[in-house]
Design a protein around this ligand. Sequence first.
Ligand code: DQQ
Length: 471
Amino acid sequence: MRVPAKITNERYRLNYHVSTPSGWMNDPNGFSYYQGYYHIFYQYYPYSSKRGPMHWGHYRSQDLIHWEELPIALTPDSPEDDNGCYSGSAIEKDGRLYLIYTGNHYYDVNDHSRFCQTQNVAYSDDGIHFTKYSGNPVIALPPADNSQHFRDPKVWQHGDSYYIIVGSQNKAGLGRAITYKSTDLLHWKYLGPIAVSQGRDNEGYTWECPDLFSLNGQDVLLCSPQGIAAKGKKYLNLYQTGYFIGKMDYHQNQFAHGAFQELDHGHDFYAAQTMLTPDNRRIVIGWLDMWHADFPEQADGWCGALTLPRELTLKNNQLYMKPIKELKQLRQEKVIAEKLVTSSQQINVSDPQHLELFLTAETENWSGNEINLVLKNKQENLVTLTWNKGNNEVVLTRADKPAADSRRYGRLRPKPNLKIQVFIDTSSIEFFINDGELVFSERYYTSETPQILVNADQSVKVNIIGYTLAK
Ligand code: DQQ
C-alpha cells in the first residue's frame, strides 16, 4: 500500500490558510455549501510533494475559517480519469451534492502532450463519501472544432436549468469558454462558445478554470488564460487569472464583454473559483502558488496552499477583493494602536508571522514620494510593497526571485489616504490595498522570525493596528 507523503519540517506550514495535509496541492475545486457546511476540494497528490495523478482532497467548514479534513473525495482509478481527476466544481440538487470534474487520460503515460479530457460526475448524500456516476463520462468528447484542451467545468443553476462553462482551446489555437445545458446534471447539451480569445498573445491559447457569475448587476467571466504575453508591467506571471465584465445573453449564448483584467497582482495566485454563500456573498478562493514557482516547501514533504477566502464586489468597472468578515474570529491580541509619525519605523509585534495589520497613511497633503512596507530578515528585504504618490503606482518586490521576475505592479485610483491591510501566515503574505482595489498574494520563505518595517522618504502620519491571529 502506498503511504502519504510525510511532513519532515514544519517551518513553512501555514496556520490559518487551507493547505495540503501533506503531499501536493494545486487548484481549489468544488467550492460550495451543502448541509450546513462550506466544502472546498483541491487538486491533490497525496504520495509526494511533487505533482502526480490528481485526486480531489477535501475539507469542510462551518465558518470558512476552521477547516476539517475529510477523506479523499475522488481518486484517479477509472479508465476516463486514470491520469487525473482534474479541476471542477460542485452543486446541490435535490439534497445531493454533485461534483463535476474533468477526467484526464494520457494515450501514452510517458507522453503528456497527447491526452483525452472528458467531463464526469460524482455524487454524495452526506457530503463525505462520493460515488462516481456509473454513466461516466457525461461528456465524452469535446465539440468538433475543439482541440484536446477541454477541462475545468464550473456548474451553476439559471432558471430551471443547469449550465456548465468549460475551459477550452479551439482548433485555431485560441482560448475560449464553452457552455452546456442540462436538467439533471447527467445529460448535457452543447450550446457553444460564449467568449473567445482575441489572439494568443492578447488573451491566451487555453482558458483554464472559467467561472461565470452575476455581481452587482453585471456578469463576470473569471478565467485563467495560458499564453498571454507580458506587456510592460502587466501579465508578468507565467499564466494569468483575471476576468471580463459584461452581460450574458442566455438566448444567444453570448457574453458581450470588456477587456481582460488581472484579478490579483501578486506572483502567487491562480485557478481561482467562486461560490455564493447562503447570505448571497460572492466569495473567491485561489491557489496561493503559481506553476514554475520554486516551491521550497517541497523539501519538507508538502507543497501548496489556498488564498484566504475573499469577498468580491464590482464597482468602477473592476472587481474588488476583500478578506471575508469571518476572519475577524481569528483575532487575538491587539498589538498596536497608536498614531505615529515615521520615516522608518519597525512594527514591534510578538508574532509577526501570524498577523493581520492595518495601516492608514495620511497622504493627502503629504509632500513625500514613497511609502514602503517591508517584511525582512537579517539578510534582506524579503517582500517590499512600495506606494508612489506621484503616479499612485504600487510595486511589489520579492527578494527570492530573479531580478527580471522580482516585481509586480498595480495602479490605484486617487484617494486621500493610503490603506493597506495585510495578512501574514508563516510563509504567505497577502496585501489588500484601499479596500481591495489592488491585491497582491505572495509566498515568502525564511527560517528566522522576520521583522516588519514601514518607511517613507519624508515623515508621514501612519495609523497602525495589528492583531496576532489564532491558528
Ligand atoms: N490544473 C488542473 C487542470 C487545470 C489546471 C490540473 C490549472 O484541471 O486546468 O491539476 O492549474
